[in-house]
Every structure is written in C-alpha cells, then in structure tokens.
Design a protein around this ligand. Structure first.
Ligand SMILES: Nc1ncnc2c1ncn2[C@@H]1O[C@H](COP(=O)(O)OP(=O)(O)OP(=O)(O)O)[C@@H](O)[C@H]1O
Length: 283
C-alpha cells in the first residue's frame, strides 16, 4: 500500500471524538526517562490541563505530541495522525505556543500576523479575514501598528495566541501561556481559551496556576515523568478527599517523593491512580 493511502487509512480508523490519544508513550534522554509510559486521552472540544512541577516531563510530552520530538517507545495519535510517522500532518493541523514563543519585537502587531500568515501560506483574502477576526478576538483593535516589543506581557501573549490560530487549527497546544502575566491579563486570556473551546477547539494547556487548572474540563498530573492522576477537577478533589486541587497535588507529590525515597517504582508507570475521562462529561 502506498504511504499516503496507509496514512489515510490510519487516520480514518481513529475514533473521531478523541483529539489526542497516547499509550505508553516514553521518552528517554540517555539514562534519564523524561516521560515514562504515558497513557492519556483528550476528548475533542475539551480543555485538558497538563500539570506538574518543573522538570516533570510536560514540555517533553508536548514536543512529542507536536511531532517535534520522536518518542523512544509507545504510540500516540493527534487528530488521528500517528506521532511517530505523521508529524508533518500533525504540525499543519495544530496551533502551538511554546514557553519561548517568539514574536518579532521590532515588528508591529500587524506585521507579526503577516509574518505567520506567510509561514502558514494563507492566501491574501484569507489572511485579511483571519487578521481582522483575530485582532478583534485578542482585543488588539487599535494596536495594529504598535511594535510587539512595546506591548505588555498580557498583550504579547494574546498576540502570540493569535499567531498560533491564524491557520484555523483544530487543536491548540499551549505550554505555560500565562507564565509571568498579571492576574487581569491571565483572566482575559482564559476567557479567550474558553470561547475557543465552546466553538469546538480542543486545547491542551500547561500551567502552574491552580485557579486556571480548576476551570479545565480534565486534568492530568505528571511527576518524575509518570502520570499520577487524570480526571475532572471535581473528581480529583472528591477522590482524594481534598478541599482543592492544590491540596490534591501537594498530597500526590509527597506520596510520590516518599515512594521514590523508598526506592519503589513511580506512580503506576503512567496509568496508576488514574481517573479516566468519561466521554460526554466536562463543561
Ligand atoms: N533535550 C534534552 N536532553 C536531556 N534532558 C532533557 C532534554 N529535554 C528535557 N530534558 C529533561 O527531561 C526532564 C523533563 O523536562 P521537561 O522540560 O519536559 O519538564 P517540564 O515539566 O516541562 O518542566 P518545566 O515546567 O520546567 O517546563 C527534565 O529532567 C529535563 O532536564
């Protein structure tokens, strides 16, 4: 069978209500296991908060899902495309804002959008329409000629988000999009995220802010490369008899550290104490 037909068949065989699915996905850097046998599933149209302390494996997972890093083992699909063999198809269909998403600071808002419209090869009419829509969505009307470098942190993030959305991706992956952004700008940014999800977009987002995590449909918590829990915020709080998500995670971190100190295996090799998302639940 030709490669393109094989790709199409694989894509057509995926359940169409799941945006991201991975099974025992693993990444090793020499002796270090950055992501250990990760199994997770993100329903289409949902917001999935991917949480964990610094160095726990979030960015590595995201880079594998975006087709930027080849997994050592395991398997996964993003929008039905295989992360091992179909990374180009994945890159075309997702919007990705990395921690170091770089705007061109010496270009204006308008020029940054033009630049990314060129990267995504949008035609002239599409470019004009998308720029208009996204400038309005991001609340950047009136700032089109302002240099990106002169925008405050919150505006920069919204411009970066607009650039990541130009090509109408079905899935948006955001790696700590609000790090270092003031609370009001964070709130506005998240209103945009929820609007996008209401319109049917799937969003995978990492954050260290528990108020943001609380508004996600699903949460996955990763530590030392192991996915320790997965479920809706309310399920996790109830399951652990905690008052809030922060308490859940502090408890999990302490338990995991104790396990590690005792030389035991990590929290289930990716699927241990996992409350699996239930189809149809969520917002
Ligand atoms: N290219 C690399 N080579 C070697 N080790 C790496 C590489 N990339 C990541 N790591 C290691 O893998 C582990 C997971 O890193 P990763 O960046 O995925 O964590 P993270 O959860 O995204 O952290 P943060 O919240 O600080 O961004 C860390 O120990 C990190 O040092």
């Amino acid at each position: 069978m030709k490669r393109r037909e094989a790709d199409k068949q694989m894509h057509d065989n995926q359940p169409n209500d799941v945006a991201i699915s991975c099974e025992r996905l693993t990444k090793r850097f020499q002796e270090r296991i950055a992501v250990n046998s990760l199994t997770l599933s993100v329903p289409k149209g949902s917001i999935y908060g991917f949480l964990g302390p610094n160095g726990s494996g979030k960015s590595t997972t995201i880079r594998m899902l975006c087709g930027l890093l080849t997994p050592t083992s395991g398997r996964g699909t993003v929008l039905g495309y295989d992360v091992m063999t179909q990374s180009e198809a994945i890159k075309q269909r997702i919007g990705y804002m990395s921690q170091k998403f770089s705007l061109y600071e010496d270009l204006s808002v308008d020029e940054n959008l033009d630049f990314y419209a060129g990267v995504y090869q949008l035609g002239k009419a599409e470019r004009i329409q998308r720029k208009r829509e996204l400038i309005e969505m991001a609340g950047l009307t009136g700032r089109e000629k302002q240099l990106a470098g002169s925008l405050s942190g919150g505006w920069k993030q919204r411009l970066a988000l607009s650039c990541a959305l130009l090509h109408r991706p079905e899935l948006l992956i955001l790696d700590e999009p609000t790090a270092g952004v003031d609370p009001v700008s964070r709130r506005i940014f998240w209103e945009v995220i929820h609007d996008l999800a209401r319109q049917g977009m799937t969003i995978l987002v990492t954050t260290h802010y528990m108020d943001e995590a609380q508004t996600c449909d699903w949460i996955g918590f990763i530590f030392f490369g192991n996915l320790l829990v997965q479920g809706s915020p309310s399920e996790l709080i109830e399951h652990h008899g905690a008052d809030n998500l922060e308490d859940v995670f502090i408890k999990l971190v302490k338990e995991e550290e104790a396990r590690q100190a005792a030389g035991q295996k990590g929290g289930g090799g990716g699927t241990g104490d996992v409350l699996v998302p239930v189809k149809g639940e969520g917002r």
